[in-house]
Design a protein around this ligand. Structure first.
Ligand code: NAD
Ligand code: MG
Length: 389
């Protein structure tokens, strides 16, 4: 078997660690060519010892010097900075790129992988939210392959016909139903939300994830970003994507067809399933995930999302419908708000207020190239910072 050669961007994060867990189960199938990490250099060093990549990428030249010294006996070349991320994402000796950096920092290397025609395993939803049309055009132009890692989108991908072209009518697709757990505050009285702490917000009932996406799940901005992600991945209109609250997180999402059929993908809430699916696609490999025990699950429940309780969800639909630079503005304002909340500088309930005010402050304009997207990102960050208390 010819091994698939991988670059794993964001190897030290929650998705990165799960990816290496799956990879380690199949040493004959995968070869790790590059690993990247921004902090937690001890974790990156340990990963390099285990997987012996040709390249590692860190944030600064000081960190690169330190890691080079630590790894002297392995021969890993350590590079630093955003340019190096783009370089390893487009190396000729890399077949597939796991895009698992969190936030806007993941856009340039993920786009570089698209332009190099790689097979992209996309976890970094912010890249697609910010630069949907630019990114999808680059994928098409270079003949890259895009496989969704986000559990909902991976479930939709699995529930769509294998030859799905984006034409809903031709394939008889009526709607996409994205499930959402509702996060840790699904039934917390609104009055109590005013004082929630970062620790409470990061304690997700079903999934263990990085801190940024955990806060996004608590505000439900995560689901909002996923609606925009689905718009681009599946060429869907805003009106063709619904959100269904499903507290057990067992049904990962569904596709409704015109004949009344609804197809879904189910499983335990463990990201190693979508990661293994995308790594091996179109084959199936062991992910280390326990089989789903429906008798233990017992019940599957569904609720309508409460747009008043979770204004971030409505803000995401607003940005999607506005189009152009609005999703990039939404994403940037959200990153600033979440960071401020995690630092104890912004109350939880002010997160949507700050994002709405930023959307109000930046006029909607076209965002058909990377420059326009990045300009919107910078302007929105500035506006959001100025609005912080
Ligand atoms: P995380 O915070 O655990 O890890 C983030 C990774 O990105 C780390 O390796 C970190 O070193 C790196 N990183 C952070 N800032 C960087 C920068 N400026 N430059 C370069 N690298 C940087 O996050 P995560 O939970 O693994 O999420 C990663 C991405 O996957 C996010 O976009 C998230 O929305 C998406 N995602 C995560 C999950 C999950 O279960 N964790 C599920 C679906 C989607
Ligand atoms: Mg998700």
């Amino acid at each position: 078997m010819i091994a698939q050669r991988l670059a794993i961007l964001g190897a030290t994060g929650s998705i990165g660690v799960s990816t290496l867990d799956v990879v380690a189960r199949h040493p004959d199938r995968f070869e790790v060519v590059a690993l990247t990490g921004h902090r937690r250099l001890d974790v990156l060093a340990e990963q390099c010892r285990r997987f012996k990549p040709r390249y590692a990428v860190v944030g600064s030249t000081e960190d690169a010097a330190r890691l080079t010294a630590t790894l002297a006996d392995i021969g890993t070349t350590v590079l630093a900075g955003p340019e190096a991320l783009c370089r390893v994402a487009s190396l000729p000796e890399v077949d597939a790129v796991m895009a698992a950096i969190v936030g806007a920092a993941g856009l340039p290397p993920t786009l570089a992988a698209a332009k190099a025609g790689k097979r992209i395993l996309l976890a970094n939803k912010e890249a697609l939210v910010m630069a949907g049309s630019v990114f999808m055009n680059a994928v098409k132009a270079a003949g890259a392959t895009l496989l969704p890692i986000d559990s909902e989108h991976n479930a939709v991908f699995q529930s769509l016909p294998a030859d799905f072209s984006g034409d809903f009518a031709r394939h008889g697709v009526r709607r996409i139903l994205l499930t959402a757990s509702g996060g840790p505050f699904r039934s917390t009285p609104t009055a109590e939300l005013a004082n929630v702490t970062p620790e409470q917000a990061c304690a997700h009932p079903n999934w263990v994830m990085g801190r940024k996406i955990s806060v996004d799940s608590a505000t439900m901005m995560n689901k909002g970003l996923e609606v925009i992600e689905a718009r681009w991945l599946f060429d869907a209109m805003a009106d063709q994507i619904d959100v269904v609250i499903h507290p057990q997180s067992v049904i990962h999402s569904l596709v409704q067809y015109v004949d009344g059929s609804v197809l879904a993908q189910l499983g335990n809430p463990d990201m190693r399933t979508p990661i293994a699916h995308a790594l091996a696609y179109p084959e199936r490999i062991d992910a280390g995930v326990a089989p789903l025990d429906l008798f233990a699950v017992g019940q599957l429940n569904f609720e309508r999302p409460d747009f008043e309780r979770f204004p971030c969800l409505a803000l995401a639909y607003r940005a999607l419908r506005a189009g152009g630079n609005a999703p990039a503005v939404l994403n940037a304002a959200n990153e600033i708000a979440v960071e401020a909340f995690l630092d104890g500088r912004l109350p939880f309930l002010e997160i949507p207020t700050l994002i709405a005010a930023t959307l109000d402050a930046i006029p909607v304009a076209a965002a058909d190239d990377l420059e326009a997207v990045l300009a919107a990102d910078v302007a929105a960050r500035e506006a959001a910072r100025a609005l912080l208390p």
